[in-house]
Write a protein that binds this ligand. Structure first.
Ligand SMILES: NC(=O)c1ccc[n+]([C@@H]2O[C@H](COP(=O)([O-])OP(=O)(O)OC[C@H]3O[C@@H](n4cnc5c(N)ncnc54)[C@H](O)[C@@H]3O)[C@@H](O)[C@H]2O)c1
Length: 444
């Protein structure tokens, strides 16, 4: 227990009021649990705001890298870590003794199509073992409504302390947009909810120390749902344009021209682009959290989400078949064809391969006998069926040596016009070549 809180308890002063004061003075010590795509940028932001900041990261390699001020994420530069003061990182939960504010940023994947909260449970258990009066626990991991109250709260209260009386409990989803430099933690409104008004106020005071706007919801589950709505919206709309792209081709419609034209409507429309599928840790995973919960509680799953999954998961196969057709049209067989995939990351501007649909397309092409290689400015190497593959430089002779170039991830900084000029055949699954009038290009 810190001296201030120890004294507060003896003098019968509200320990949460003491914490609020310490947050205002930015001397409350913050520990981020899980230093990945969400936790590491948060650690940098919180430390830069002047809070003494700690990290609990169970991956030893990552913890060591951070202690040496080396970043393992594309979006966080070594220089950002070098300038941080008072940052300590450990794999040992004992570090939690040194903090009053705990922010949980651990993964929430699906295991066998079922929400897997084991890492949230583990993190909450670690905190419970070190919880003292006057602490604040915030869950940032994406999850289904009710998790903070029904899963995290009982674990924390197993410490013998009571939420909202002895310690604060809040939920605040992360809304960063990986690869899009314009949207950062500090300039995207932060949704915040607490178990009670005082829990919410504590969390809001904390976040307003480093974000411009906070949007409060009345209940924890409303904030949990808000994050899912955002991702379901993306998921379902991507599925919609994917399905329309498949149908458009059968109807002789150029989906890209049609979408570009529809996008000129200044109200009531938001542009989504078709592609080889949906990847990453969030968009393909989070909708299933809600659909699964509806299944458990209401006895039926959410039709929109289930259908969107079906369409999006079919896309890598559809794209692989289209590539085979394109080769066929040029009198070539997929068997033995050299195919260069341009982009392997799950989306543009990132080095993240988790659930990448571009990789899924490459696997399907390789399985049918194609000789696949790749170029990705963000992914210098990757492990491919036990071997290491390296990103090929986009030299004229490399491009010319291919039977087909498949544009699967629309990274910035690639000269697509030059690519089209040098290649014998291009299949563009991302629409980046529209506007380039060339007979050797086929678009999704
Ligand atoms: N990546 C995104 O763009 C994004 C955006 C918004 C929300 N989210 C959500 O944020 C959460 C975290 O996602 P992420 O992308 O940062 O995951 P990540 O895999 O990049 O990082 C998670 C880190 O947590 C560590 N970890 C796991 N269990 C731990 C534990 N018990 N204690 C300490 N460390 C632990 C892992 O070793 C890893 O380094 C997920 O719920 C995700 O859905 C992610």
């Amino acid at each position: 227990m810190s001296i201030e809180v120890d004294v507060a308890v003896k003098l019968d002063i509200d320990p949460l009021a003491v914490l609020a004061e310490r947050i205002r003075h930015r001397d409350a010590r913050v520990c981020i649990l899980g230093l990945g795509h969400v936790g590491l940028p948060l650690l940098v932001t919180v430390a830069t705001a002047g809070f003494p900041t700690l990290g609990l990261e169970e991956n030893e390699e990552r913890a060591c890298a951070l202690l040496e001020r080396r970043s393992y994420l594309h979006g966080v530069a070594d220089s950002e870590l070098a300038n941080l003061e008072v940052v300590d990182v450990s794999t040992d939960p004992a570090i939690l003794d040194q903090a009053e504010i705990f922010v949980i940023c651990v993964p929430t994947p699906l295991t066998q199509q079922t929400p897997d909260l084991s890492m949230v449970v583990k993190a909450a258990g670690d905190i419970a073992g070190h919880l003292r009066p006057g602490c604040l626990v915030i869950l940032e991991s994406t999850t289904y409504p009710g998790t903070t109250e029904e899963v995290v709260r009982p674990i924390l209260e197993s410490s013998g302390l009571q939420a909202s009386i002895d310690f604060g409990l809040a939920y605040s989803p992360e809304r960063i947009d990986p690869g899009q430099g314009a949207y950062r933690i500090d300039n995207v409104p932060k949704v915040v909810a607490g178990l009670s008004d005082r829990c919410r106020d504590l969390a809001t005071t904390f976040y307003l120390s480093f974000v411009r706007d906070v949007v409060e919801t009345s209940r924890l589950r409303d904030a949990e749902m808000a994050k899912l709505i955002e991702n379901i919206f993306r998921y379902v709309n991507v599925a919609l344009v994917n399905e329309l792209a498949i149908i458009a081709r059968e109807l002789g419609v150029d989906i890209w021209e049609a979408l570009d034209a529809a996008s000129t409507k200044p109200f009531g429309y938001m542009r989504f682009a078709p592609g080889p599928g949906v990847g990453g840790h969030c968009i393909p995973v989070d909708p299933s959290y809600l659909s699964w919960q509806a299944g458990q509680r209401l006895g039926y799953r959410i039709g929109f989400i289930e259908h969107a999954s079906e369409v999006n998961e079919r896309m890598p196969e559809y794209v692989a078949i289209r590539v085979a057709e394109v080769l066929n049209g040029a009198g070539k067989s997929l068997q033995g064809a050299r195919i260069l995939s341009v982009g392997v990351a799950y989306k543009e501007g990132v080095d993240d391969l988790r659930g990448s649909p571009s990789i899924a397309v490459m696997q399907r092409l390789a399985r049918r006998g194609a000789v696949v290689s790749y170029h990705d400015p963000f992914v210098p190497r990757l492990t491919w069926e036990g071997n290491e593959l390296r990103s090929q430089p986009l030299l004229e002779e490399t491009i010319r040596a291919q039977d087909c170039v498949a544009i699967l991830t629309a990274h910035p900084g690639v000269d697509y016009e030059r690519l089209v000029r040098a290649a014998s055949l291009v299949f563009d699954a991302r629409g980046v070549t529209r506007g380039i009038d060339a007979p050797n290009v086929v678009r999704l």
